[in-house]
Design a protein around this ligand. Structure first.
Ligand code: F0G
Length: 460
């Protein structure tokens, strides 16, 4: 075992009790949940890896900030502090808080996209794709081909395929491309980073064709850490310098602040300098979210977010954070379990296609592995594969995803080395009995974002 666990750069001041149910109880609970892990009660889950979003542990400074939050409807001091900090970190003139990432998408995309338009991204996250489609437009993914091979260890597997991007722009016409979105890190490809060079190249193409370039910035700090580790010439830059440079290449960003800014709720929209689009954003925020100086958040949320913007950039924290994921990856390497390698920033994406070669995409192998992890050790994860991707909005047919990943998303500052070992042990136990695991079919599904609500049945 080559990878050492990096000791936590914090100690624990407050704890939350968790309990593991018996195997019999777990089997009953998951059947009652219709094999949809979103339907489980959190008290029935031992280790919750459903998401790293909003599940992070805030610091003593953030909790102290909660008590200082200014709850004024207009012009509150927590809002002003958030503006100042976000302008400092991202170097953008205009900042709009909203209640979470998908709210930022709803507000921004409605201003830029409509029927007949396209959004092109290295990869759209599921809510991002949903908001592109809800605005009447269509979403095209354009990730580098090496992202599609889980065993290919290259440093920036999240990158945009810039040649393909230019070809798509020419094919659909630059006037029909409402937006180009760079998701950093690339969540759906396994939390894989995007390089500074790729940001620069994508920005160049957008400028050439007069297309707006946005960042989906949920995991901007983890992405910057990878750039510092892996990109030539960046080893001596600070994380803050790298973040500023990354954002300098884009025109705007949407952000779910529930990830790298280590809060439980929040989102941001940033605009570098385009005053007109920002006016439109303010108008839409007031209709959908609330007045511009709170954007659907409490003053205490704004205060915690303002503080978290800096905590997320701390290099000791990021070294431990990414190190924890690399430790889990090391244990899977030893056991011959395939995952999207090298390990990404916010979790491990296990290749369920490799684990269950006998389960076809339309029987959802990654969902099957998620169910097994719960049955095995009370671990809750999610499918990032064909089950999540859903149906073609035009034909209604099941789409085949590029990957069938089961995502173990690791919340920030929450679990210890022993918990991580338990995750590895569970995966190893399932691998040993993999050929007996069966796929699933959908009994009922809603029209969009079905994985949150669908009801499933095992195929006998
Ligand atoms: N963009 C990315 C890249 C995301 O990962 C998410 C959320 C969003 C946008 C939407 O943000 O949840 O605050 O509305 N990702 C979570 C996840 C839910 O589990 O990966 P939100």
């Amino acid at each position: 075992m080559g990878v050492k666990y990096i000791p936590e750069p914090f100690r624990i001041k407050m704890v939350e009790t968790i309990k593991m149910l018996s195997r019999e109880e777990r089997e009953q609970k998951i059947a009652e949940a219709k094999y949809n892990l979103f339907n489980l009660k959190s008290v029935d889950v031992y280790i919750d890896l459903l998401t790293d979003s909003g599940t992070n542990a805030m610091s003593e400074d953030q909790w102290a900030g909660v008590m200082r939050g200014d709850e004024a409807y207009a012009g509150g001091s927590s809002y002003l502090k958030l503006l100042e900090n976000a302008q400092d970190v991202f170097g953008y003139k205009y900042i709009q808080p909203v209640h979470q990432g998908r709210a930022a998408e709803k507000v921004l995309f409605g201003a830029l996209l409509s029927k007949g338009k396209y959004s092109i991204s290295n990869m759209h996250f599921d809510t991002t794709r949903a908001h592109v489609e809800l605005a009447g437009a269509r979403a095209l993914d354009c990730v580098v081909p090496e992202a599609l091979d889980p065993n290919k260890r290259v440093p920036f597997k999240g990158n945009m395929d810039v040649e393909k991007l230019e070809a798509l722009i020419k094919k659909y016409g630059p006037e029909n491309i409402g937006i180009v979105i760079m998701t950093i890190t690339n969540n759906s490809a396994g939390g894989q980073p995007v390089s500074l060079q790729n940001m620069k190249d994508t920005s160049g193409i957008c400028k050439k064709y007069g297309i707006k370039f946005a960042i989906d910035a949920a995991r901007y700090a983890e992405n910057a850490y990878f750039i510092k580790q892996r990109e030539k010439g960046c080893e001596n830059k600070s994380i803050k310098e790298i973040v500023k440079e990354v954002f300098s290449y884009a025109d705007m960003f949407t952000m779910s602040a529930k990830k790298d800014t280590i809060v439980n709720m929040g989102g941001l929209i940033g605009v570098k300098e385009d005053k007109e689009i920002f006016q439109e954003i303010k108008n839409r925020t007031i209709s959908f979210e609330g007045f511009v100086t709170y954007g659907g958040l409490s003053g205490r949320d704004l205060e915690a977010l303002a503080i978290g913007l800096y905590e997320g950039l701390d290099e000791d924290f990021l070294r431990y954070r990414i190190g924890q994921i690399e430790y889990l990856a090391g244990r899977l390497d030893d056991a011959g379990i395939t995952y999207q390698a090298p390990a990404g920033g916010h979790g491990i994406f296990v290749d369920a296609r490799a684990m269950f070669p006998h389960i076809p995409y339309y029987e959802f192998p990654a969902q099957a592995l998620a169910v097994e992890l719960y049955k095995e050790s009370g671990i809750r994860t999610c499918d990032i594969g064909s089950y999540m991707l859903g149906n073609d909005p035009d034909t209604g047919e099941q789409l085949k995803a590029d990957f069938e990943f089961t995502r173990l998303a690791i919340p920030r500052r929450v679990y210890t080395q022993a918990h991580i070992d338990l995750m590895a042990d569970a995966l190893i136990a399932i691998k040993e009995r993999a050929s007996g695991v069966k796929g699933y079919r959908i009994e009922w599904e809603p029209p969009v974002l079905r994985h949150f609500q669908a009801r499933l049945k095992p195929i006998e």
